[in-house]
Design a protein around this ligand. Structure first.
Ligand SMILES: *[C@@H]1O[C@H](CO)[C@@H](O)[C@H](O)[C@H]1NC(C)=O
Ligand SMILES: *[C@@H]1O[C@H](CO)[C@@H](O)[C@H](O)[C@H]1NC(C)=O
Ligand SMILES: *[C@@H]1O[C@H](CO)[C@@H](O)[C@H](O)[C@H]1NC(C)=O
Ligand SMILES: *[C@@H]1O[C@H](CO)[C@@H](O)[C@H](O)[C@H]1NC(C)=O
Ligand SMILES: *[C@@H]1O[C@H](CO)[C@@H](O)[C@H](O)[C@H]1NC(C)=O
Ligand SMILES: *[C@@H]1O[C@H](CO)[C@@H](O)[C@H](O)[C@H]1NC(C)=O
Length: 791
């Protein structure tokens, strides 16, 4: 009896305790509301309530910040940046704690800093007294006809229409205008998309105008994503990785942060190692200005007083913008260019491009300011900065000559390409002659000429001439190429993309003509892609000179690279083929080739408009020019393949043995797949055998894995010599070559990591090879086709 009473008391007590406890926690908890109506009005920061979207992906409400409150929308259950919309567009209009959101008696949604303040709600949100504020599952805050999707801040969400919106970075410095241009300081444009953005779909495909599109590297359904204009001025798409529980960058506008205007102040030079940061330095002859921070700008140590007593300091790979730039295409050499600048009173320096055309640009500015300075090997040019004659500073931007020396012999005076304006003039002459004939035959109206213009152009085209915008790749007719290749008689290669023929153009340039197979899309798409490929200039990339897109034909015209592909030099079975026996490459040449290839891939990955993956790096695609200067071929071609093939990974594009594990595991393919392939090539260059062979004999076992084997040799047995190419082993001098060979092998081990995120970026790889960064010991690359890489 007693016990029963005791139990009952305890029970009541416990019950009471729980009731009390829940009461306390309810007081602390924020109230969740599904909609905000005039009956909930007003809403203050102290109301402690949040508006939640139907499936709890998003929340909206007053959010405390450093300086006060904002009314914001944010992603729930993410770590890191969560805010996707805010009433504070440029990071400077915070609300006080007495702010209030209310629906007025006229049905207007009002946000006031205090009960008597002005309405701060963006746009005009009016409904009636029954209108409620709701948050959609897509993160769109809606009140009557008003929606937050029409007033974005720095972020766009999946399925949000970007057309006619403007994004402003949180710090207010940068804008994304008309869904196509990135600008600094309201109008200074530094990046333009190939097509205007329209909408990011939930799979990570960005729909663009003109039926263009781009795909994020985490392409696939159901991820939380956001497109954000970051404070560094770069536009990025992030995807929330549910496993790592963090935002990862899955697309970005420019890889070269230094091309973003306003990164550094006047006269200052932006440099970046290809990572996600940049820094500013002053050029020689300059010191940081006010505050001692080169980011804010640099000033001359010795002012330019007497413009007749000046000299020039050479800054390799540096480019500046001046208010007035004069391009002198006629002045092909350095002294011409220099003389022109010296003569000009407001010329602050000049830039010389080493693209074979010797283009010279004078940088004139009356205020003595050079802006948007940046350093990038992609510029293939040098800036000659004008300083006072008494200046003693040495250039801190050397490197062009060094890079040229380490990868290719210096050849500053490259042959000039043929003058394309001639053919345009000829076209015009032909058209005018035809027009004159037309005049005589009686057609006197100008519109008649315009109507016929297209016909004349086609006639001109059949005569082998073409009108093209300047600077683009040349368009060839099929007949021209047929003649150049002697009716496609000299087959020099068969590749995955098509057969290659040797030919000679009428101007005696020797070309490699590649007839493509399985190319998707119509002529405009092809033209667009080809233009992108042709824009990629790098010493270690095969130059694209032109193309042909007649009827079903899709042909690319490349410079001819004399010495053939690397595989013929590397593997003994290929070396003594039907042709003459190729020499064995010595260690220095192998190292130079490795470095050149790494730099060219880094250029493709890091300095091009979109990430251009190669996807098929193997010795066959590395051609050797004069002095064995390596040149990568077939880059950018995977983009010409049908779009579906790009999306569905079922169609594997690489070559077995060089393909990264993620191809097989159908993970998303990023630039790191190329890093893996490069690692394999690197190892083959050291060992002189194919990755599926060991010392000349094919390996049958499925368990044997070349990188793993090499790893054991290098790190466990500490015997690099065991993996060296037996054909030149005797010439291996450990004192002279160890450092170089060891760097190649160690770099390869990093490239061959089975998890993509473990592999370094291609820029880093180039640095590892150069020896400018320290190489730590990687973990052992493990075989992947057995499906287990979690060791
Ligand atoms: C709101 O009021 C606070 C304090 O009175 C002030 O600091 C803040 O700038 C105001 N915010 C806006 C957007 O006017
Ligand atoms: C959330 O809701 C939206 C529409 O209401 C829907 O499209 C989306 O798939 C939902 N997301 C999840 C994770 O359930
Ligand atoms: C996006 O909005 C514009 C007008 O603002 C409209 O013309 C266009 O059709 C919309 N696009 C999509 C995909 O909804
Ligand atoms: C921004 O533009 C204005 C006017 O065009 C100019 O006066 C100002 O110096 C510019 N600011 C910067 C940081 O370039
Ligand atoms: C938050 O995300 C994690 C992992 O994505 C998931 O397991 C968890 O259920 C989520 N929590 C809520 C409340 O949605
Ligand atoms: C150098 O900068 C100017 C002005 O921004 C630009 O037009 C030019 O293309 C740049 N040159 C190179 C080689 O990048």
């Amino acid at each position: 009896m007693n016990t029963k009473l005791y139990q009952a008391t305890t029970f009541t007590f416990v019950l009471f305790f729980f009731f009390f406890a829940s009461l306390v926690s309810a007081q602390n908890q924020t109230k969740i509301i599904r909609s905000f109506s005039s009956s909930n009005s007003p809403w203050r920061p102290s109301s402690n309530q949040t508006l939640i979207s139907p499936n709890s992906t998003f929340a909206a409400g007053f959010k405390p910040g450093l300086n006060g409150f904002t009314f914001s929308i944010w992603y729930l259950n993410v770590t890191g940046t969560d805010v996707v919309w805010s009433t504070d567009k440029n990071g400077s209009s915070f609300l006080s704690s007495s702010a209030v959101l209310s629906i007025s008696s006229t049905g207007e949604l009002r946000l006031q800093n205090s009960s008597s303040g002005a309405n701060l709600w963006p746009g005009n949100a009016t409904g009636n007294l029954n209108t409620t504020l709701t948050l959609g599952g897509d993160g769109n805050l809606v009140f009557g006809n008003w929606e937050s999707f029409k007033f974005p801040t720095d972020t766009i969400l999946p399925n949000q229409n970007i057309t006619n919106t403007e994004l402003v970075s949180r710090n207010g410095k940068f804008r994304f205008q008309k869904a196509i241009n990135l600008v600094f300081n309201s109008s200074d444009r530094y990046w333009t998309a190939n097509n205007a953005f329209v909408k990011l779909d939930s799979d990570g495909k960005m729909e663009q105008a003109n039926s263009g599109s781009l795909i994020t590297s985490d392409f696939g359904p159901n991820l939380k994503r956001r497109l954000t204009l970051d404070d560094d001025g770069n536009l990025r798409i992030y995807g929330f990785d549910p496993d790592l529980r963090e935002w990862t960058e899955v697309w970005h506008a420019t890889h070269e942060l230094c091309t973003i205007h306003g990164s550094c102040g006047p006269n200052s030079i932006c440099t970046s190692d290809g990572s996600n940061s940049s820094s500013c330095v002053c050029p020689p002859g300059f010191l940081p200005g006010a505050g001692g921070d080169p980011k804010k700008g640099c000033e001359r140590k010795i002012r330019l007083r007497d413009m007749k007593k000046t000299k020039f300091i050479r800054l390799d790979y540096v480019n500046f913008t001046a208010s007035n730039e004069v391009s002198l295409s006629g002045a092909a050499n350095l002294s011409d260019c220099e003389l022109n600048c010296t003569r000009s009173m407001n010329c602050l320096g000049f830039m010389l491009k080493y693209d074979g055309r010797g283009s010279c640009f004078l940088k004139n500015d009356d205020n003595g300011l050079l802006v948007n300075g940046y350093w990038s090997p992609g510029t293939e040019s040098a800036m000659f900065l004008r300083v006072d004659q008494s200046e003693t500073d040495q250039s801190n931007f050397k490197g062009m000559t060094e890079i040229l020396e380490t990868t290719c012999p210096i050849k500053i005076e490259l042959p000039l390409p043929p003058d394309e304006s001639n053919s345009t003039t000829r076209n015009i002459v032909i058209i005018c002659t035809l027009f004159a004939a037309e005049l005589i035959s009686g057609a006197l109206f100008f519109w008649a000429f315009l109507k016929k213009y297209v016909k004349y152009r086609d006639m001109a085209r059949t005569l082998g001439l073409e009108l093209l915008p300047a600077g683009g790749p040349k368009r060839f007719s099929y007949a021209e190429l047929k003649t150049a290749t002697k009716d496609f008689s000299n087959l020099i290669g068969k590749g995955g993309f098509g057969d290659v023929y040797k030919g000679e153009l009428p101007d005696h340039r020797v070309v490699a003509v590649k007839c493509l197979k399985n190319v998707a899309g119509g002529e405009p798409d092809f033209w667009a892609e080809v233009t992108i490929i042709a824009r990629m200039h790098h010493l270690n990339l095969v130059r694209l000179w032109g193309f042909c897109a007649e009827k079903g034909q899709r042909i690319l015209v490349y410079e001819y690279v004399r010495n053939g592909s690397l595989d013929r030099y590397l593997f003994s079975s290929n070396r003594s083929g039907s042709e003459e026996t190729k020499p064995v490459l010595d260690w220095n040449i192998r190292y130079r080739i490795a470095l050149g290839v790494a730099r060219a891939i880094a250029y493709l990955h890091e300095e091009c408009l979109e990430w251009v993956l190669h996807c098929d790096i193997k010795p066959e695609n590395i051609l050797l020019g004069d002095e064995f200067c390596p040149k990568i071929s077939d880059f950018g071609l995977s983009k010409l393949r049908k779009k579906e093939a790009m999306v569905s990974l079922s169609k594997i594009r690489g070559t077995r043995g060089y393909m990264a594990p993620e191809w097989v595991k159908s993970d998303s393919i990023t630039a790191k797949a190329d890093v893996y392939s490069f690692g394999m090539v690197l190892l083959e260059m050291v060992s002189g055998v194919r990755n599926n062979q060991i010392q000349g004999s094919a390996v049958e076992s499925d368990v044997w894995y070349f990188p793993g084997w090499a790893f054991d040799k290098v790190y466990k047995e500490v015997n690099v010599e065991d993996i060296l190419d037996i054909h030149i082993k005797q010439s291996y001098d450990s004192r002279a070559h160890f450092e170089m060979v060891n760097r190649m092998v160690q770099t390869a081990m990093w490239c061959l990591q089975s998890r993509p995120e473990m592999r370094p970026s291609m820029g880093k790889v180039a640095k590892m090879l150069e020896g400018t960064v320290e190489i730590t010991q990687p973990s052992k690359p493990t075989i992947f086709f057995l499906g287990d890489d979690d060791q």
